[in-house]
Design a protein around this ligand. Structure first.
Ligand SMILES: Cc1cc2nc3c(=O)[nH]c(=O)nc-3n(C[C@H](O)[C@H](O)[C@H](O)COP(=O)(O)OP(=O)(O)OC[C@H]3O[C@@H](n4cnc5c(N)ncnc54)[C@H](O)[C@@H]3O)c2cc1C
Length: 393
């Protein structure tokens, strides 16, 4: 036997017997034809949903090594040290599904210090996040008023997207993950080029296990932060805490719920928002934007504009750079003014030299604070991004 990357070292190994372990297949003979689960991956596993339920037999669930169908050859569900955490999660899934309970959670006051503390304390202590890397995540669901967070531990990441939890308009996930892209660039695990432990600018290039915090709005990833890897996997130093604190401070400064955004933009009053939220409380599954639309407080196109241009801007999506950077065109797009009103404002601008936004606001066609909001959150960021791209090109 010769070793790669060992200066041509060769060893002779002697064996009495060689036992060939070529894997197993699921024995479905105990199931009657009326409830035989579909099999998958060369008939090795029953085919399962993200809550480990058979894909064809309702209420038939699998626990133990069979759960490995969901993370085959990727994570640790093929071992007791992995699937034991899945079984804990399955218990919570059953509590929600069959006993009308909510997934166990704790409440958090939303400030950067509390969130940073909660996230790092879990990253430093949770064996589930450590063993089931990226397969299980902690989740922080943000309330519609953006005042409170609910902290859920060890939720299967796929299940989150499929379940009621993932229908919340705004949440963060916390997981421990390897930088596979960087690991795979080096075939020899003993010769990986690592980022320096203080190189926080390049923390996302950490090949080893490290905490990743992702922020989702309406199912779309809008921000991501990597806490730099640590040789002892103890994320307690300034290089771990301060960048995360900064990230959380920046994120919390940008409320993402449609209600808060419309309020900030002067398109909704706080009384209207409170009434709509109270109505939403009663109808659990109703989306806030539906309620606002049905009450005639905000037009459908205005809501869609806020969602597309302000809330759901995906991280580093080049499509975000497309589109017009002219205020008037945006206001028409958002159904806040008519094209005729913009044309008139442009005519008046030739005479007075005033800004188009000022003219539209002076006529009372659109509130001044809405103009300022769209300039700050849509027009200016787009212009800045375009000029950056132009410089890069
Ligand atoms: C050599 C080896 C070393 C391992 N080392 C580790 C380790 O270090 N750490 C770790 O975490 N994991 C390890 N594993 C994996 C771990 O042992 C398995 O993942 C775990 O035992 C699976 O548990 P289970 O209850 O899901 O399935 P099993 O332990 O396979 O239990 C299934 C049971 O169902 C019974 N059964 C099957 N069909 C029927 C039927 N028709 N009627 C009635 N009974 C039936 C079987 O006889 C069996 O008793 C190892 C596995 C092997 C093979």
């Amino acid at each position: 036997m010769s070793y790669t990357h060992a200066n041509g070292e060769v060893e002779d190994l002697e064996y009495d017997r060689i036992i060939v372990c070529t894997g197993f297949r699921f024995d479905d003979s105990i199931f009657d034809d009326s409830c035989k689960p579909n099999l998958t991956i060369n008939n090795r596993f029953p085919s399962q949903t993200s809550s480990w339920e058979s894909t064809n037999i309702q209420d038939l669930f699998f626990a133990g090594i069979l759960m490995h169908m969901r993370d085959f050859k990727k994570k640790q569900s093929g071992f007791i040290h992995g699937f034991r955490y899945n079984i804990k999660a399955l218990h919570q899934i059953f509590e929600c599904r069959f006993h009308q309970k909510t997934w166990q959670h704790s409440s958090l006051v939303l400030n950067p210090e509390t969130l940073t503390d909660a996230i790092l304390s879990r990253a430093n202590q949770s064996s589930a996040l450590w063993q089931q890397t990226g397969f299980l995540s902690d989740v922080i669901i943000i309330s519609e008023q953006e005042k409170q967070g609910k902290y859920f531990e060890e939720v299967p990441t796929d299940y989150l997207l499929d379940s009621e939890l993932g229908k919340h308009s705004h949440y963060y996930t916390i997981s421990l993950e390897f930088g596979h892209k960087y690991l795979e660039a080096f075939p020899d695990p003993f010769a990986i080029e690592r980022v320096h432990k203080d190189d926080i600018e390049n923390a996302e290039q950490s090949p080893s296990l490290h905490p990743i915090i992702r922020r989702y709005c309406r199912g779309k990833l809008v921000a991501e932060h990597h806490v730099i890897e640590d040789i002892a996997s103890e994320w307690t130093e300034e290089v771990h805490v301060q960048p995360l604190l900064k990230f959380m401070t920046e994120q919390l400064a940008q409320p993402q719920s449609i209600g808060s955004r419309l309020l900030q933009a002067g398109l909704l009053t706080s009384e209207q928002l409170e009434t709509a939220l109270a109505e939403q409380e009663l109808a659990v599954s109703a989306r806030l934007e539906e309620i606002l639309k049905n009450r005639g407080w905000v037009k459908e196109r205005t809501i869609q504009f806020m969602l597309d241009k302000v809330i759901n801007k995906p991280v580093d999506d080049p499509r975000y750079l497309k589109g017009y950077s002219v205020l008037g065109a945006y206001l028409v797009d958002a159904d806040l003014v008519t094209q005729g009103q913009v044309d008139q404002a442009l005519q008046e601008q030739k005479m007075s030299g005033q800004r188009v936004g000022e003219i539209l606001a002076d006529h009372g066609w659109v509130p001044q604070e809405t103009i300022e909001y769209i300039m700050e959150y849509v027009v200016m960021p787009e212009r800045n991004s375009k000029s950056k791209v132009a410089v890069l090109n």
